[in-house]
Ligand binder design. Sequence first.
Ligand code: NAI
Length: 725
Amino acid sequence: MTESTTIRWEQDDTGVVTLVLDDPNQSANTMNQAFRDSLAVITDRLEAEKDSLRGVILTSAKKTFFAGGDLRDLIRVTPETAQELFDGGMAIKRQMRRIETLGKPVVAAINGAALGGGYELALACHHRVALDAPGSRIGCPEVTLGLLPGGGGVVRTVRLLGIADALLKVLLQGTQYSPRRALENGLVDEVADSREELLAKARAFIDAHPESAQPWDRPGHRIPGGTPANPKFAANLPAFPATLRKQTNGAPYPAPRAILAAAVEGAQVDFETAQVIEARYFVELAAGQTSKNMIQAFFFDLQAVNSGANRPKGVEPRKVGRVAVLGAGMMGAGIAYSCARAGIDVVLKDVSPEAAARGKGYSEKLCAKAVAKGRTTREKADALLARITPTAEAADLAGCDAVIEAVFEDTALKHKVFQEIQDVVAPDALLCSNTSTLPITALAEGVERQGDFIGLHFFSPVDKMPLVEIIKGERTGDEALARAFDLVRQINKTPIVVNDSRGFFTSRVIGHFLNEGVAMVGEGIEPASVEQAAAQAGYPAKVLSLMDELTLTLPRRIRSESRRAVEEAGGTWTAHPAEAVVDRMVDEFGRPGRSGGAGFYEYGEDGGRGALWPGLREHFTKPGYEIPFRDMQERMLFSEALDTVRLLEEGVLTSVADANIGSILGIGFPGWTGGVLQYINGYDGGLPGFVARARELADRYGERFTPPALLVEKAEKGETFTDAR
Ligand code: NAI
């Protein structure tokens, strides 16, 4: 018999055995081969010795309880190895089943995060007590990686909570609950405040329930809320596909559909058959492309980006204590809030005390909302607000070790505000600009210490958007880059790093999406159809409505600046077909977008968005003119992907992970693709397939779809876009 290397057996003299999950080779316990072998050994021993046992406590020696499946293994599953995955999964399920039907009480003492496989392990126990540790999370987030909980998570949550709650509270959104919220939602049975209390509660359950069985193994068990066999339940069933449509917007996310199917089908059969159904759907998802895309982006790329793969090595980490935010408008107010929330003192400066106070008012509003919703306490909110000092006086910025400028988008003004404060703040203060389009190298010319100057591009609304694009100017030093990176992490956001260029990465690439949508309207396609194409491709915002939000005058201004730059450099400007549409919308029809009260959509008195402007059909639409729906979607997706490759060629982007994460978190590139470059990797036929399709689009819709040399070269060499680290 092999030994259990990752699960320790600790038995006391009262017949209670504590199984301690403790993988000696990893910082967290995962469902790797060693665990699978250990579980087999432990299950055999439990069965052999059960007569001398009173009960079992399952806990972990790590900070987390159990981390779940090993994603390195899962991302490599192919249709050819799918059977192996199925067999391995069924073997673990059988062992978990043997433990839950041992006839002795088994309690999960959840000492830290129990997500995915970790929570599934706890579900196979008769009772779940969770330690209320800070940051500890419980739930089944598999759907966010394009998977479903394949370790009995669908089968057991359905039997524990009922189909509706299992789907809506646990499976379809992948919500990660704090221990207290997990208790409120029925995911765990008790919460403990200390490790001692955790184990004491586990023991108390064993004492009180000498012969435990799962609810679903007791005679007469019914799934709470009924099953589709019950007419009352069946009447509610059509609501689920609607929920699903709302969640995915019709975009190609196979996981929610598979979860729904596994839950509903599994509820109508016995436990063992339900386990097989769940395993089949799980394997189908794991072998498919979407889960690979999503695991690549949301696990590996995100980890690489946040852990500082792009941060200059050898610069000591530093924390900011006091930050100056210049400009208390929409962005400055949001930046001030995000910094204060992270515990940083903020001096928020605008042209008048009133304007600065209005900026702080934004934080007051957000705090009041958070308190009302129970997301924070009044004391914590007051402490946050006390950290923000509004002012109109430069002298108040003394001692600030970082500056984030967010005044109007105007080079001369930005130079002026930096002049005013550069001798007041700390002599080595980091100097950042939140410009969304102005080249950083030119902005840096307005300060004395150009090496300390850097771009820190936030996204709106700042309190919600997780990304910050860091832009390195030509003279930005490594020290400044490292400090900017540390500052972004300090405020719990995700930093990507790019080199200076007009529009950087995000603003330039999102422009292609917008242009393509607008161009299609100009060609004569039904505007509603264009919007539908964007939504079903998985973009969180429809293309014309987003254009209205950003205002149509913005691309015009950017275009004329870009055009001037191209012509000054001796090049010729190639007009995009969207330009004529934007010009007509603004000049001829007076519809500059939402802030002007009219755009592609109509807007009510209160600014609320109404219907698409009927004039679009009158002035642009050619009745009966259509192009394939797939072309509409791929024109948007390809235009962004192709320009991202050009940005790699130009050296503006230097990392694939940054491109993928930046595109999803910053500019709404659809998550199912795994990001803008992973979309190319995962395209049907790989890079050669993508190149062929790009050429087809170029023939039909214009040369802007011609694949760049780097892409063609990689396709010919059989390479994909990955970071060499
Ligand atoms: P805004 O117009 O809401 O705010 C600008 C603020 O700067 C105003 O409160 C104004 O009074 C203040 N200001 C003007 N001159 C000043 C001075 N001399 N000293 C101190 N404050 C002064 O503009 P918004 O939208 O907040 O944009 C600010 C910057 O952030 C711009 O560079 C913009 O391009 C950039 N940005 C904007 C994004 C957006 O979605 N709006 C996204 C990312 C960056």
